[in-house]
Design a protein around this ligand. Sequence first.
Ligand SMILES: *Cc1c(COP(=O)(O)O)cnc(C)c1O
Length: 375
Amino acid sequence: MDVYKELGVKKVVNGCGTYTVLGGSRLHPSVMKAMMYASKSFVDMSDLHKKAGEYIAKITGAEAAYITTGAAAGMFLSIIACITEGDDKKIKQYPELTGMKNEVIIQMPHQFCKYYKVFRYAGAHIIFVGTAEKVKPEDIENAINEKTAAIAYFVFDPQPGVVPLDQVIQIAHRYSVPVIVDAASELPPRENLRKFIAMGADLVIFSGGKDIGGPNDTGIICGRKKLVDTCFKLGPYNYDEDIFIGRILKVSKEDVIGLITALNNYIKSDEQSKIRKWERQADFIIRELNKIPGVKAEKVYPIIRHPRPACVPRVQLTLNFKNKRLDAESILTKLASGDPSIRLYKVDDKIYINPQCLTWHETRTILNALKSLLK
Ligand SMILES: *Cc1c(COP(=O)(O)O)cnc(C)c1O
């Protein structure tokens, strides 16, 4: 049975990347199988979370880890852990913040990453420092005060004008302020699973449902034991103690096992061969599309204003047609209206194809659709 068809939902050929709005990731059959196995039994969810956390801690080199419903949820719990400092009285008092640290420092150039708003939803005040072009170490240092709950860092490296993470950590730790790192889509490279923790970041957050290939509604918080334990304590399993803000972010046993299985596959997989496949897909599209007059296709590795990570090659299409009605916007609309709906993305007036989520079959589907539109 084609359940999407039954519901009247078109399938999408995803040339954008691990976009949540398109479903995030594909689950490998081994992940689905593990989730089906997980569903056969009940378990003590606190026990499952603790053991799963210990497993992820080993992989990441962190003191502890916790699985939540996504990276955004991870940021939400992380800032509450920093605001309440793991103090039971404060945790019970939350979200009433009187007497608590409630400021989070963010560098102005990171403002474009809208996920910072998650901290605001948790009740924190955002203190932006520096300008959109340049932040100096003393901008961060001068903003630190007795109300500072955390400094948040969004990894979009290499990003000009930003005080780099190692320096941010140095400054923060001089004042005993924790650093939260949003590394949601900074995989690959796989070494990033350990890198930011090794640099001394206090909490590092990854999406489970992007390149790791876990369920799209999972995410990882890893870092210092006291803070991670607080994320765990926040819920969803402590309602007897009247603490359960985390109840709204509950993760099923199937999701926990799915993510653990995906992560286990991920650390064993051949990362280089995956990247080489993306390169070959991009090269193939470029070679074919450059045969069409008025189309310039190139390979680029954009750093910001594009879906991450930066190491995935993108096909950049520059259109130079006399026919002004065939602009990037109208091409994307036409492709999306077909069945299957083909989704590419644009930045300014250029179209981009991201091979990260494309099979070879889908790569040819995109190519054929573009050829018949552009010829
Ligand atoms: C995707 C993403 C998130 C959110 O991750 P989810 O797992 O979808 O909640 C947060 N920050 C950045 C930079 C991201 O790319």
